[in-house]
Design a protein around this ligand. Structure first.
Ligand code: F6P
Length: 372
């Protein structure tokens, strides 16, 4: 298809995940190879557009990056052009200014006809906002949380599931040896896809998700009843966003300068303390943290990332700006970025995964039922 697009920019925004480099590779090779469009790489997400760190990205630059974790472009989830930190008050409160004009100037100076923005909800929200200033973006959804609206899956998720599943499998043997309750805490702030999939894959006895507020008494009873019927250990997969019924999430850090300031972590520590204090069982917890985002992408994510990167260039060529590539019911489709921004795709509590988990005897933290 003939196109008047001569040059595009590509950036990675938000928290990293496995597969980002595979998308960058596919974008560059599809744009250059199929359409003779030049690609410029933007360093550290929107920060690179603010600070004018924008450079040509060639096919040669994308050699040998498919299997590499992280992003060769760098990323940040602390910066929005609308809310750029210029300094701090005496009490440490950040001072912000809007530097959107710098972004627009640098896009113009580098003659970028549009951007491919690889990121999560924050990145899509920024693209939706910049669209109001005439910036043309195509989005590619990424997050290990798998919670972006209007796509059934995001790359990075499956790799994180594999990592969390391996951790749970390893915890299994030490739990059995010591006759302990062992908790593995995964990432997943608003959505529990990662804890649910890794929990099912590893046969966890208890899975706790943000979508199903838990009752500690149900968890305690579930662990104790297992002990009573001769199961000497219990494995729990817990999303960082899990919280008790009527209670709050556990906040680990507040990053004042970030447009998305809340970082969670530690719910497994709280539950482990409660089990140690309120039952006769012994409990330990492991918080997996950023190990879930690092390292080489699994084969599924390499294929998905390559397909989405190529599909993003197709949207550029079709002039379908301000859309995000997506996977819906097995097909590569797209969704309006404005419809994606500011939303989360949570686990449906009446969906087949949770039904299957309950059917095989997993306690979901809301009710206890001894099936056998
Ligand atoms: O949104 C992806 C995610 O990995 C969340 O699961 C997690 O809560 C958050 O990012 C951590 O962000 P940071 O890299 O700032 O610690």
């Amino acid at each position: 298809m003939a196109t008047n697009i001569k040059r595009i920019g590509v950036l990675t925004g938000g928290g990293d995940c496995a597969g980002l480099n595979a998308v960058i590779r596919a974008v560059v090779r599809s744009a250059v190879g199929e359409h003779q469009i030049e690609v410029f790489g933007i360093e550290d997400g929107f920060l690179g557009l603010i600070e004018d760190r924008v450079h040509p990205l060639t096919v040669a630059d994308t050699a040998d990056i498919m299997t590499r974790g992280g992003t060769i472009l760098g990323t940040t989830n602390r910066v929005s052009p609308r809310q750029f930190v210029t300094g701090y008050d005496a009490d440490g409160t950040p001072q912000f200014i809007d530097v959107t004009d710098r972004v627009l100037t640098h896009i113009k100076q580098h003659q970028l006809d549009g951007l491919v923005a690889i990121g999560g909800d924050g990145t899509m929200s920024e693209c939706a906002r910049l669209a109001g200033h005439g910036v043309r973006c195509v989005g590619v959804p990424k997050t290990i949380d798998n919670d972006i609206m209007h796509t059934d899956v995001t790359f990075g998720f499956q790799t994180a599931v594999e990592i969390a599943t391996e951790a749970l499998d390893r915890i299994h043997t030490t739990a059995a040896s010591h006759h302990r309750v062992m908790i593995v805490e995964t990432m997943g702030r608003h959505a529990g896809w990662l804890a649910l999939h890794a929990g099912i894959a590893s046969g966890a006895d208890v899975i706790l998700l943000p979508e199903i507020p838990y009752d500690f008494e149900v968890i305690r009873r579930s662990c104790e009843e297992r002990a009573k019927v001769g199961k000497s250990f219990t494995i729990m997969a817990v999303a960082e966003g899990a919280h008790p019924r009527g209670g709050e999430v556990i906040v680990d850090t507040l990053i004042a300068e970030s447009p998305d300031p809340v970082r969670l972590g530690g719910v497994s520590t709280v539950i482990a303390q409660q089990i140690n204090e309120l039952s006769h069982l012994e409990c330990r917890n492991t918080i997996l943290g950023h190990v879930q985002r690092g390292g080489a992408p699994c084969a599924f994510d390499r294929v998905l990332a390559t397909t989405l990167g190529h599909a993003a260039v197709d949207l550029v060529i079709a002039g379908q700006w301000n859309h995000m590539v997506a996977v819906q019911e097995g097909m590569i489709t797209s969704a309006g970025i404005a419809d994606v921004a500011g939303q989360q795709r949570t686990v449906p509590t009446d969906g087949p995964r949770i039904a299957a988990a309950r059917a095989v005897g997993t306690c979901m933290g809301d009710s206890f039922e001894r099936r056998w």
